[in-house]
Each structure stands twice: as C-alpha cells, then as structure tokens.
Design a protein. Sequence first.
Lengths: 570, 158
Amino acid sequence: MASLRPKILANLLRGSAAVAIVALILSPPLLAVNLGSAAILALAWIIPIAASWRLSNIGRSRAAAVVFVASAWLTLAVPAVLSPARLHGGSMVATLLVALLVLPTFWAAITGLLSLAAFGGAVALDAIGYSLPVIFPSSNGLEIFGAVLLSALVLIAVGLNFRDICPAIRIEFSEFLAHWVSNESGAKPSFCQRESQAAKSERRYRSLFESAMDCIIVIDRNGQIVDLNHRVSVTLGYVREELLGKPLAYVLDAQLMSRMYPRPADILTEHRTVRGEQELRAKDGTIRFAEFVASPLPDGNVLAIVRDITERKRAADAIKALNEALERRIAERTAELQEANQELQSFSHTVAHDLRAPLRCIAGFTTILRAEHGAALAGEPLLYLERINRNALRMQNMIDDLLRFAENVRGTLETTTVDMRSIVDAVLEDHLVQWGNRAKFEIGDLPQASGDPGLIREVWCNLVGNALKYSSKVAQPHIRIGGTTKGEMAEFWITDNGVGFDMAYADKLFAAFQRLHPANEFEGSGIGLATVERIVHRHGGKLRAYGQEGEGATFVFSLPAATHTDEVIS
Amino acid sequence: MKNGIKKVLVVDDDSDDTELTMAALRETCKDANATAISSGVEAFAYLESCAGSLHYGDALPDLILLDVSLPMLSGLNVLRKIKQHVQLRTIPVVMLTNSKNARDVEDSYRSGVNAYVLKSNDYSKYVQAIENICRFWLCLNEPLPAWIQQDNPGNRPC
C-alpha cells in the first residue's frame, strides 16, 4: 500500500486537474465573472497546497490530505458566506456564526464531494493502470503544483458560482441567509446583492404577471404581441401560443381597427400613458368590452393592462335601459295627468259658462215676465216668480263658489312670508261698513306665517264672513282674532259669539255643500269652510273647529311659521 | 249718420239667449230692427245675399252681434269670413258670448273683431250691456259712408 500512496496522490491530483479542465470548458462565463476573486483566493491557497504537497513528498500523505481538504473548504466557505452575509446587513457576530458553522458544513459537503469524485476517479484510473499520460506525461513537482493550482482555481470558481448555476438554490440560499443574518436592509448593494435582487424581482414580476386578474399584454413598437399573461387566454379564449407574435389587430374586430387610438409607436414616441376603452374580439367571435391602460416600457415595448368590463357594461346598459323605460313611463304618466288636468280645466270651463247660461235665461225671463206682465200676475204667481228668481240666483252663487273652490285647491302655491296683521285688517275693512256699528272686533297678536298671500286672504275672508254671518242674530256680535307661534307652525284662531254648532257634527263642517244650519236661516252654499280646509291643508297646516250650540264657535288653523330671511309681503 | 231704423243682426244658436238679446234690444233700442239667425252658415249666406243686393237698398246690417260657439261654422270662422269679405268687412262685429277663453278672445282680436263682450248672468246687467253696445255702435260711432261701402273698392276715389 505504501508504494501505492504517491501514485494515488498523483492520480488524485491528475483527476482533479481533469475535473478542473472539464469544469473550465463548461463554465467559462462563470469563471470570467469571478476571475478576480478566484485569483486572489488561489494565491491564498498556494501556501496550504504547497504545504500538502510537501507533506506528501515526505510520506505523510494523510496529513497532506487533511490540509488539502480543510484548506479547500475553508477558503471556499469563508468568502462565499461573507459576501452574502455582509450584503444582507447582518451583524458581525451573526455573520461569523454562519460563516463558521453553517456554511463550512454546506461547502464541505460540496468540495468534499468534488474531492471524492476526483479521488474516486484517481483510484479507478489507478486500478486499471491508467495514469493520464497524455495530460501529464511526467510527474515532476512543477507539473503537480500546476495541476493542484488549476484544480484549486476551478473549485473556487465552481464554488463561488454554484449559486449562479441554479437560480432556485441561489435564491433560497440567499433568503436562508437573509433570514439568519439580517434584521435590517439598506446596506450598499454588492454585486451579489444586485444579482439576487434582479432575480427576485424577475420572479416576483412573473408571478404578478401570471396571476393578475387583468389581462396584461406586451406589444412591440409595431403592435406585435410579445408577451401575454394567463388572463388573456381566459378572457379571449386563445391559447398563449396562438397570440404570441400576432399583431394586436388579431384580437380587434376589423371594423374596430380604425378606432384603435393611439398606436403603440405613438405611445413610445410621446412617452405617455394612455387610458381608454376598446372592444376586443374573442376567439368565438363575441365582442368583449375592455378598458385599458397602455404605457411605454423601458425596453421599448408597450405594456397594456386590459380589464374586461363586458359584464359591468352590460349591467350598466341594463340599468340605463331600465332608467330610460322608467323615464318614458313617467313621461307617459305625466302626459296622461296633464291631459286629465286639461280635461278638468275644460270641465270647469264648461261648468262656469255653459251651466250658467240657462240660469241667465231663467233669471232673465222671470225679470221680463215681472216687468211686462207684473200687473196680470199679482198675488201668488208673482211670489212664485220671486222664488224662481231667488233660486236661480242661489244656484248661480253656488256655481261661482264651486269654481272658486276648484281654483283654490288647484294651481301652484306661491309661498312667501305673509304679514297676517295687514291681511286681517284688509279683510275686516270690507265688513266694517256693514258691521262697524254693531259688531265688536278684537284683534290680538298675529305672528307672520309662510304661505300664499292670495289663498291666506281667502281663508280669512271665509272665516271672518262666517263668524259675522253666524253671529248676525245676536245683539252685539263679538269677534276675537289672535295667533301664536308653536315651534315650526304658527297658529291662528277666530272666535265668535254666534249660534255655534253641535260638536257632534263638527266633521261635517268642512265637507263641500254640507251645512249645519238651514239655508233660509243663514245664506251660503256651504263651500266656504271646505275651501278654508283645502287651503290650510295645502299649506301643511290643520283646521279645527270648536263650538257649542248657542255659545259661539272657534276656528283654529295652523300654517308654517315665517322664516325670517323671507321678504315680507302683505 | 243716417236717420231712421238701424239693422242689427244677432247670430246665436241658443234660442233662449237669442230671445233675451232680442228682448234687451227691444227694451233699449226702440229704433233698431233686429234679425236673429241661429247658425254661422246661414248668417254668412244671409250677409252675402245682402251684399249682392246692395243696389236695391241699404240691406247690409249696421251691427252684428256674434256668438263664439256656433255649430258647424263657428263664430270665429264667420268673423274671419266677414273680415275677409270686400263688402262685409267694414260692418262692426261685436262678439257677444259666454266664452272667457283667452284663446277665443285672442283669435277674435287677431281676426279683426270690433269689440268683445261677455254675456252677463245677471239679466239687468245683460240689458245694460246691450244698451251700451247699441248706443256706441249705432249712435255714437260714425260708420263708413254708405256710398263707399257700396262701391267696388277698386273704383274708390282717391
């Protein structure tokens, strides 16, 4: 065995050289990238290599092997671990910990494996009696030293670049390191870090690109599709390969082409981001509505993010159609209502004029009859004529009242601030001539109200007229008027000392043509209070009546209180 | 202003109203000779025949009291025909009607009516209105001289 040792060692070195040459041929770029650091490490290796060579020459092969292997993984592991640990900004202690414990183990395994392979190769070659004479024809010291140096260089290169050979391992290793070493970021990036970040961002980009819920299409300057994500296939029904390299027009309807604006070249030239809507044609021919954002990419392509809004558009269209239908229906209904209103107006026009014409004849002919044949009709016939005449007049008044009632409950309210006091004064003035001597009027505070002055005047006319009418039988009619503000409403009342009414029939008071007193006792068509009720109600107020037979009556109504900003109109 | 009897044409489809108008005319204008016609078509035919027989005397009415709402040819259309007629258009036409309709009033004025009077429901006021109309149009107002009226407008002296 002892005679075998130098031979084995020589073959081990030769085997290592062979591996190194193969690796050199296989990874020239990797070597080139890290040649600088490899050269430095190789120099650092000269001493242990020379030591192990010296040890083997004096026969201490075991010591030589130990020195060789230990120096191999230490020189590989320390720089390998230091650079990534440093770049992740780890503390010195943690870095050293990883460098001394974790990485040596990792690199020992790799370098050990390589050495084992070389050793195994050497043993195998030795066993078949082959000693690589072509590469190293003689075993002089210089050649062996050269082989050791070369294999060291290769090991360093391979070791340093191992992380570059397999990106997955590299990233995981890098993350593993980051997990162990780093608590903070922001350190100046080194070459390794840049590499690792680029790879990371590439992977992140891919994963974002593919899992995005929007279609992402990359097109070049001429509109050719360069890249697309999975969503495009889902939306348009094409397989990825069907669209790659096709012009963008492929997914646009021919008719829609002219509407495609702006062109990719424009986006690139003007370097701007464009938003818009576009109809796309799916593989099955259906049109999909899409909104897009197109922006230039630094690599001279255009990135288009396209969102399928077909469903949204359909829903919006449905809502729009529904709204239109509703509006049409409202317009129809409004037209119908307007027509009905028109009919009502022509109806009251008919009532006003055609219905009154016969009354004119009745009154007219009775007048003529009395004037021309009065002498012949003396006595009862003349009295009957009077009755006919009186009733014709009464009916005429009723029609007039009814018309006024219809006018009061129709039409628009022209609301403003109303000075109640001046309205009441004006209304009372009309009655003073007739009642001034007999009746006593007492007017208290009257707050301002908000309402239609014309209609409110009508309310007071009716109420004052009523109060006077139903107190006409007492010796001295006493009318009291007052008001107060209750929150948002102003309340007004008018009290008389007239015949009053039975509260049991109070609900009949406000119905048109309903009367609580016989017509021959008190004149009137019975429409006055109905008018008052309608007007007050239209203003959002309420009308109430209190009374007792023979004790007079009180009417209370409310109106919205005046807002102070309004201009006062009396 | 001519002396003697004035001719008044009353056009109203309501016979009661016509009778009232006639009674009012009898009462207020003793020297008025009123003729009543109950349809627009007949009224215009009558007026045209009057115009045709001008040479035989002063057959044209001095005043026309016209109701707006007439069956077939409405009062407004009668008015338009009168005002477009070469010989008839100088006759004063007073609308005597129940219609307070603003449209009727406007159309009447645009068609050249001479006055628009509402029939009062109060008979005494009605009589008063008729009296005023007659006093103004038959007595106060100076009509177009008869010889011009009878002339063909083309031969009118300058």
